[in-house]
Ligand binder design. Structure first.
Ligand code: ATP
Length: 300
């Protein structure tokens, strides 16, 4: 196991009441990267993160966090935003952030000073009771509490859920900033767009198993490209379209045939059909995700 990896897991497995929640998961999160664990509801993301962090122990398998075999040894160098959010509603954001830092070994006075700065930088109030903040604001405050002790590893469980589009963008920016200053970010999500924009690498988990691991680009190029084609004239050339081709408002959509687009193009040109639109694009990460998860089937 090498220190170039912030997080490593080898065959971690967890059963609950006889059912297998996580089944032999291997992970290798490079230090300094933004890494996404993607999966549908119930796939095993939260259970995996909890095992990595040492909140629960795996039934079998090994994990290593920031080089330590026991995750709790490095707890002060880790920040964790759990899926269940919650801050003391009577506290103000400055105290809540300082309190969260203190739980990770940051002296309270230093925590308050950092909290004041962080809140100002993120345009959030410092002194109002948390109960008077919007849900999105409170979530951002909790996130600042997760990073106030400057952890080398930041683990976020579904950090985007419950945030509106503006706050989602703020969170994306914050994640990028943390990565720029050298932290490793590991987050789970079932919203693919965030992972597509942020992650250097992703793992797709479904029914407790890793179904794909690699870059978002590698996930997309595992599947055939999509073609969009519109012409001025219909005609016999349409017989050269592949069997899966569908037409909507004059626009044909189909998978790029294995022998390429050229035989079809030849037919279109010979028929003088007049090409108006021709685009060949790899599938989106969302489409790749649906295909990968679909192959794994539903949890019984
Ligand atoms: N403490 C527990 N006791 C019993 N079953 C559990 C427990 N925690 C998780 N499970 C089950 O393990 C499976 C994986 O759950 P987990 O919460 O890890 O998935 P997830 O990918 O995080 O899903 P979601 O996105 O819905 O939170 C589910 O079938 C869930 O019901």
């Amino acid at each position: 196991m090498s220190e170039a990896l912030a997080v490593e897991a080898h065959g971690i497995t967890k059963h609950f009441d006889g059912a297998t929640a996580v089944d032999g998961v291997d992970l290798a999160v490079p230090s300094g990267s933004i890494y996404g664990i993607l999966g549908p509801n119930g796939a095993g993301k939260t259970t995996t993160l909890r095992m990595l962090l040492g909140i629960i122990d795996p039934d079998s398998g090994e994990r290593r966090l920031l080089g330590a075999a026991s995750p709790l040894e490095v707890a002060d160098r880790v920040g964790y935003l759990p899926e269940e959010r919650g801050l003391y509603s009577g506290m103000n954001p400055r105290d809540a952030i300082a309190f969260m830092g203190a739980l990770r070994g940051l002296p309270l006075k230093e925590g308050k000073a950092r909290a004041t700065k962080l809140l100002a930088e993120h345009d959030l109030p410092a002194d109002r009771p948390i109960r008077t903040l919007s849900k999105g604001m409170a979530q951002l405050v909790q996130l600042l509490g997760t990073i106030v002790h400057k952890p080398g590893l930041i683990v976020l469980d579904e950090p985007f859920s419950g945030l509106d589009a503006i706050n989602q963008e703020r969170l994306e920016a914050l994640i990028r900033d943390q990565a720029k200053s050298g932290a490793t970010i590991l987050f789970s999500t079932h919203v693919i767009a965030h992972a597509e924009r942020l992650c250097e690498r992703i793992a797709v988990i479904a029914r407790g198993k890793i179904r794909f691991e690699g870059t978002p680009e590698e996930a997309r190029t595992r599947f055939p490209s999509r073609v969009r084609l519109a012409t001025r004239h219909a005609g016999d050339w349409e017989k050269a379209l592949p069997a899966d081709a569908k037409c909507e408002s004059g626009l044909w959509r189909f998978r790029l045939p294995e022998d390429g687009i050229e035989p079809l193009l030849k037919a279109v040109i010979e028929a003088d059909a007049g090409i108006e639109t021709l685009a060949i694009e790899p599938p989106s990460l969302h489409e790749a995700f649906v295909a990968i998860v679909g192959d794994a089937g539903e949890r019984p």
